[in-house]
Ligand binder design. Structure first.
Ligand code: NAP
Length: 316
């Protein structure tokens, strides 16, 4: 029996862990298959306050983990197969660890950027292929960039990237965009954005040093074409990691956990959500960390008011 369990070790989960551990809540943190979350797939993080020279993503996450451990947070690694949130204490089935029981639960499982799944893409993540313009746009100053996607994310990323790039080519598989009118208009008014519509990406081309082009299928002519580029930003959406909840927590139509406005409370008392798993809008390391702090404070207050267990007997 644990007082508090945190699932996920991105900036949200680790910040919650630091706060709960410091408050003697002895959190157990369950790390998934991608410890550290999305930041471990980026290179340098230049916009996390407190690091004027920037810090490498994996190093930032390692530091947060050490900080949580320093205050007594315990970590286990395992895939959470299922949860039973029908009554407290909550029960989790964790691969390699069996059933784990907790009085409260913080969900910080994040969201995963969708990839195209084409040859050359995954091999070049961090070497020209990115799913985060805010994280990596700066590295493409004075270069040519392709953004793939036809939704609001693609419009937003394309607009943002024109601050750095000489030209941003927007590649979309249909001739119609899914993005809202206002976002489309903004992109269309931007002279640095050019359009390759009706083009389906088929292969990322690289020369070992970095990305040099994107091979696309022209859906009008049926011919393959190569669009030259230095960088490829894939902006085809994110998937929040909420499947394991099996509908026991309210989510929006995209699967993001709904929280009470201004808090991290979900519809189940004692279950809190923070970070990208409940944020479809900001998706930044610093906002995730901030919401992790909120979740820890919400959780602490909840436990103070409604413990079902005599903690003096277990020492936890
Ligand atoms: P989205 O609306 O689902 O759009 C994804 C785009 O990627 C679609 O155009 C889709 O093409 C394309 N796509 C998907 N899979 C693909 C594949 N395998 N190959 C090529 N193209 C593929 O996702 P999103 O743009 O991330 O937006 C998600 C939600 O967040 C939306 O509700 C959006 O309004 C919101 N959002 C809002 C803002 C804002 O207001 N500032 C900013 C970002 C996101 P098809 O159109 O052909 O399906």
């Amino acid at each position: 029996m644990h007082k508090s369990i945190i699932i996920g070790t991105g900036p949200a989960g680790l910040t919650a862990a630091i706060y709960l551990a410091r408050a003697n809540m002895n959190p157990l943190i369950i790390e998934g298959p991608e410890p550290g979350g999305q930041l471990t797939t980026t290179t340098e993080v230049e916009n996390f306050p407190g690091f004027p020279e920037g810090i490498m993503g994996p190093e930032l996450m390692e530091n947060m983990r050490k900080q949580a451990e320093r205050f007594g947070a315990a970590f286990i690694t395992g895939w959470v197969n299922s949860v039973d949130l029908s009554q407290r204490p909550f029960k989790l089935q964790v691969e390699g660890h069996g059933e784990i029981v907790g009085e409260s639960l913080i969900i910080s499982t994040g969201a995963s950027a969708k990839y195209l799944g084409i040859p050359g893409e995954k091999d070049n993540v961090g070497k020209g292929v990115s799913t985060c313009a805010t994280c990596d746009g700066f590295f493409f100053r004075g270069k040519k960039i392709i953004v793939v996607g036809g939704g609001d994310s693609a419009m937003e990323e394309a607009n943002f990237l024109t601050r750095f790039a000489t030209n941003v080519e927007l590649v979309h598989r249909r001739d119609e965009l899914r993005a809202s009118k206002i976002m489309q208009d903004r992109a269309r008014e931007n002279e640095k954005i050019s359009w390759s519509l009706n083009r389906t990406p088929v292969e990322v081309i690289a020369n070992g040093m970095g990305v040099t082009g994107l091979k696309v299928l022209n859906n009008e002519t049926g011919e393959e074409e190569v669009i030259e580029t230095n960088g490829l930003f894939v902006a085809i959406g994110h998937t929040p990691n909420t499947k394991f909840l099996n509908g026991q927590i309210d989510t929006d139509e995209h699967g993001y956990i709904k929280v009470k406005p201004g808090s991290t409370e979900t519809n189940v008392p004692g279950v809190f959500a923070c970070g990208d798993v409940q944020d479809n809008k900001y998706r930044q390391a610093i906002t995730a960390a901030g919401s992790g702090c909120m979740a820890a404070l919400d959780c602490e207050r909840f436990l103070e008011g409604s413990s079902t267990h005599d903690w003096s007997q277990s020492g936890k």
